[in-house]
Design a protein around this ligand. Structure first.
Ligand code: NAD
Length: 484
C-alpha cells in the first residue's frame, strides 16, 4: 500500500540548540526523513542556532555525522543527503545576550512560514521568546515549539505560560510531547471514534481496569543530575503517561480539531481523584554485578528520588467511576516496553463451567517496540475432546498489516514537526492542560516530600519492587508481564 505524502508549504525552521543531543538524535534525522519522502519543499530552510562557533559548512558536517549515526542505512542515499544539507544554515547565537540575533533575522524570510524549535534548557525559553519579539521575528504567524520539561510544578509551569504569553498567543505555542506523535496513539483515537465496536464497551460497566506501562531498560545515564531533581513522577507520569491516560479516558470530542480534542483531555484530567498514599509505590534500582545502582548513576550518597513509580488512579465521572487505571513506569526494568492494556470484565455467566477457566478480553495497544494493537479473544481450542477454551490474539502490527514501506512509518518527532509547519495543534498540549496535570501531580509529590519516605529498592532487570505487584494483588489483579 502506498501512502500519499502531501507536501507542506515552504518554511524556515530554526532549531535553538541545533548542536544538542535532541537535535542530533531526533529532530534532524526526522526532518531528513520527511525531506526524503518528498514532504518538504526544497525552498525550505533549516537553521541551526546554538552556542558553538561554527560556519554553515562546519554545521553541515555535524548534521551529516548525526544523520549517519541516527538514520537507518537503507534510507541514507547521497542524493537525498546532499539535497537536505543544502537546506541547512547555521547561526552562532546567545540566548541570553545579543550575539547572533541580527544574523538569524537575516536568514528568516518574512514571506515563509517561520517556526522556532526551543530545544534548549527550559531556563532559556523566556529569554528566547523575548528576543524573538525584540528582534522582530515574532509576528502573528510565527510558531514556537517548546520541549519538555514544561515546569517542575504548577507554579513554575504557570510562570512559564505567563512568560510565553507575553510574546505569543496560545495558537502559536506548540508544547511537544512526543508520545502524542506515535502512530499507535493516533490509532487509539481512530479505533475508539472510527468504529462502532469499541465505544459502547468503553466504560466501567465492561472494563475491569486499565494498565498503562512505560518500561525502560536504561538507567538514568548521563542525565543523572537532572533526573535526581525530577524523578519518574515528574519526568514521565505528569506528561507522557498522563497524555496516554487522557486519550484512553476522554469523552468523544465533537470533531477532530485542536480545541475540541484538548477540551476533552482537560476534562479527563480534572476528573482525576487525588491519589491516596497506599495507591502509590515508588522504587529505586539497586546495583547488580557490573550494573551500577541508581545512587552510583547519580553520584550521590543518598537520594529519595524514584526511578520507578506505580499508581492507582481513579476517575470520578459517569464513564469511569469504579474502573481503576494503573500507571507504571521505571528505569532498568526487564524490557523496553510501552503498552496500554484495556482489561475487560469477565462474561457475566460462563456456560462452559468452571473447568473452562477464566477468560478475559484484553485490548493491548503497544507503543514500542513494534507499534500495533492486539485484541485477545476467547475461542474453542481446535480438535476433538470437548469444549476447551483458549485465548488467541487478533493481531494488528501496523507495519505488517498495512504493508508499510519504511518510509511510511514515521517517527513521532517528524510527524509533530510537520504538524507545526501545517499549523495543526491537535497533538500538542495546551497551557491549561499542562497546568491541570501539574495541579494533580503536585500534592502527590508533596505527600512523599513531607514524609521523607524512601523508595523501595528493586533489582535491575526486574519488574520493579515487589510492593508494586502487591498493590494489584490486594485487589485480585495482576500486572501484565513486561516483555519486548
Ligand atoms: P544539550 O545539552 O545536548 O544541548 C543544549 C543545546 O543548547 C546546545 O546546542 C547548546 O549550544 C544550546 N545552548 C545552551 N546554552 C545556550 C545559550 N545561552 N544560547 C544559545 N544556545 C545555547 O540538550 P538536549 O539533550 O539536546 O536537550 C534540549 C532540550 O530538550 C532540553 O529542554 C531537554 O530537557 C529537552 N529534551 C531532551 C531530550 C533528549 O533526549 N535529549 C528528550 C526530551 C526532552
Amino acid at each position: 500500500m502506498v501512502s500519499r505524502v502531501i507536501p507542506v508549504d515552504p518554511f524556515d525552521l530554526t532549531i535553538f540548540g541545533g548542536t544538542g543531543d535532541l537535535a542530533r538524535r531526533k529532530i534532524l534525522p526526522g526532518l531528513y526523513r520527511r525531506f526524503r519522502s518528498g514532504q518538504m519543499p526544497e525552498d525550505s530552510r533549516i537553521i541551526g542556532a546554538a552556542r558553538s562557533d561554527l560556519d554553515d559548512n562546519q554545521y553541515r558536517d555535524e548534521v551529516r555525522a548525526a544523520l549517519k549515526e541516527f538514520v537507518d542505512r537503507d534510507r541514507l542515499d547521497d542524493a537525498s543527503l546532499e539535497g537536505f544539507l543544502d537546506l541547512i544554515r547555521y547561526v552562532s547565537i546567545d540566548a541570553m545576550g545579543d550575539a547572533g540575533w541580527k544574523e538569524l533575522k537575516a536568514h528568516v524570510r518574512p514571506d515563509h512560514i517561520s517556526a522556532f524549535y526551543f530545544s534548549v534548557a527550559p531556563s532559556l525559553f523566556g529569554p528566547l521568546a523575548e528576543r524573538l519579539h525584540a528582534y522582530g521575528m515574532a509576528d502573528q504567524s510565527t510558531r514556537i515549539v517548546v520541549e519538555k520539561p514544561f515546569g517542575r510544578d504548577l507554579e513554575s509551569a504557570r510562570e512559564l505560560n505567563r512568560t510565553l504569553a507575553e510574546h505569543f498567543d496560545e495558537t502559536q505555542i506548540y508544547r511537544i510531547d512526543h508520545y502524542l506523535g506515535k502512530e499507535t496513539v493516533q490509532n487509539l483515537m481512530a479505533l475508539r471514534f472510527g468504529n462502532v465496536l469499541f465505544e459502547p464497551l468503553w466504560n466501567s460497566q465492561y472494563v475491569d481496569h486499565i494498565q498503562i506501562t512505560v518500561a525502560e531498560t536504561v538507567g538514568v545515564g548521563g542525565r543523572g543530575g537532572y533526573y535526581d531533581r525530577s524523578g519518574a513522577m515528574r519526568d514521565m507520569v505528569q506528561n507522557h503517561l498522563m497524555q496516554l491516560l487522557c486519550l484512553i479516558a476522554m469523552e468523544p470530542p465533537s470533531q477532530f480539531d485542536p480545541d475540541a480534542v484538548r477540551d476533552e483531555k482537560l476534562k479527563a484530567i480534572r476528573a482525576l481523584d487525588p491519589v491516596k498514599p497506599d495507591s502509590i509505590v515508588r522504587g529505586q534500582y539497586t546495583g547488580k554485578g557490573s550494573t551500577p545502582s541508581y545512587l552510583e548513576d547519580v553520584e550521590a550518597e543518598e537520594s529519595n528520588t524514584e526511578s520507578f513509580i506505580a499508581l492507582k488512579v481513579n476517575i470520578s465521572n459517569w464513564r469511569w467511576a469504579g474502573t481503576p487505571i494503573y500507571l507504571r513506569t521505571g528505569k532498568r526494568l526487564k524490557a523496553r516496553q510501552s503498552e496500554i492494556a484495556v482489561v475487560f470484565k469477565d462474561a457475566p455467566h460462563s456456560i462452559f463451567g468452571a473447568e473452562a477457566g477464566r477468560h478475559r478480553n484484553i485490548l493491548t495497544i503497544r507503543l514500542q517496540p513494534n507499534e500495533g494493537m492486539t485484541l485477545g479473544v476467547t475461542i474453542k481450542e481446535p480438535g476433538p475432546g470437548g469444549m476447551r477454551l483458549i485465548d488467541v490474539p487478533l493481531d494488528m502490527t501496523f507495519a505488517e498489516a498495512l504493508g508499510a514501506e519504511n518510509d511510511q512509518v514515521t517517527d513521532a518527532y517528524e510527524r509533530l514537526v510537520m504538524d507545526v509547519i501545517r499549523g495543526n495543534q491537535t497533538l500538542f498540549m495546551r497551557g491549561d492542560e499542562v497546568e491541570a496535570a501539574w495541579a494533580w501531580t503536585d500534592p502527590i509529590i508533596e505527600s512523599w516530600d513531607s514524609t521523607d519516605r524512601k523508595p523501595f529498592p528493586y533489582e535491575p532487570g526486574s519488574s520493579g519492587p515487589e510492593e508494586s505487584a502487591m498493590m494489584l494483588h490486594r485487589e485480585n489483579r495482576r500486572w501484565r508481564e513486561i516483555r519486548e
